[in-house]
Write a protein that binds this ligand. Structure first.
Ligand SMILES: [Zn+2]
Length: 188
């Protein structure tokens, strides 16, 4: 991003923050979600945004939108980078799930599986012993697997991916919010 865009962004952020320097005010912000704005010009003035996000200040409750991913990265915040990664993962998977059954090797990866887990895609059932985490672990193992899965593993993978596809259709349509509901801790 150029000097002018950086200046526009930092001024807009500081103006809506409690702190009065970029160094401190940037730490008050979080990625809230996708912007509903039709405007494709970022708060920094850069046109042609492909993905439009909303950021919110945790102290003043002020919001800025639409904002693009490079501006979000400019905050230099681990929390915001993680939120951006999760949202981007969900959007990519939603696009795939909207038109066809998901393919574990093509549509998913370890980061996307972690996003699915932390956003509540794996629910307790009698088949996973009441722990959605077991389904997440199973799919991670299937993703990592180099040899072909057994017939039973193939069936289980297809069944789980059907559920994941339904979850992504619900988040994609807005029927279900894209919310982080669980942590993986060191297990990721
Ligand atoms: Zn920008």
């Amino acid at each position: 991003m150029d000097t002018k865009a950086r200046k526009t962004l930092t001024e807009a952020v500081i103006e809506r923050s409690h702190a009065d320097s970029w160094e401190w005010s940037r730490l008050e912000w979080r990625v809230k979600g996708l912007s509903g704005s039709a405007r494709a010009t970022c708060v920094c003035g850069q046109p042609g945004l492909v993905r439009r996000f909303v950021v919110a200040n945790t102290v003043t409750a002020e919001e800025l939108e639409p904002i693009g991913s490079s501006c979000i990265k400019h905050f230099g915040s681990h929390a915001m980078n993680d939120q951006l990664k999760d949202l981007t993962n969900l959007l990519e998977m939603e696009v795939a799930a909207a038109t066809r059954p998901l393919n574990i090797k093509v549509d998913l990866n370890r980061s996307k599986l972690a996003t699915l887990y932390t956003h509540g895609a794996f629910v307790p059932t009698k088949w996973n012993g009441g722990e959605g985490y077991n389904d997440y672990r199973f799919l991670v193992d299937m993703f990592n697997r180099r040899q072909a899965p057994s017939q039973r593993q193939g069936w289980k993978t297809s069944a789980l991916l059907r559920d994941v596809g339904a979850f992504l259709k619900a988040t994609g349509s807005g029927e279900r919010p894209r919310l982080r509901v669980a942590d993986l801790g060191g297990a990721a």
